[in-house]
Design a protein around this ligand. Sequence first.
Ligand SMILES: [Zn+2]
Length: 169
Amino acid sequence: MNCKTCQNALPDLLLNPAVAEDSAVWGHIASCPACAQELATLQATLSLLDLWKAPEISPYFDQKLAVRLREAQDEPAAGWFERLKTRLQLNTGRRFRPALAGAMSLLLLVGGGSYGVVSFQHPQQVVQPSAAVKDLQLLDKNEQALQQMDQMLQEDAPAADADTPLPQS
Ligand SMILES: [Zn+2]
């Protein structure tokens, strides 16, 4: 056992009970100050992580959601562009995904990043939402943008063996 193999085994020593009894690793740590120090650092990091708590959900989440739902119900029927957009966003079939990926890449190129994605979400604002739900909508936009990125990334993998040529850049 040298320092390299010992330090590679340290995370398992702390996280994997099956390895925690490994006497070769413990023997090296007992005789090597450098590896003992490494183990102490790792333990300190892990106990710091144990202190971390997931943030609480906002107490107003339910109310905001209810307001948002009422607003959505009161909105006038969506026009053809909104319906097409929704269909592109929600469609999980293979038929539209290459087109969506292409459109999103174009928007990313034209808009220079997230600006293109976000402006695509609300090209025409029919109803001005109340201030209370604007942050919710902002979260939604981020979520949708991330989902679209996911779809693009998922599309990239099978595209390598399909007849769709990869974009050259
Ligand atoms: Zn060592």
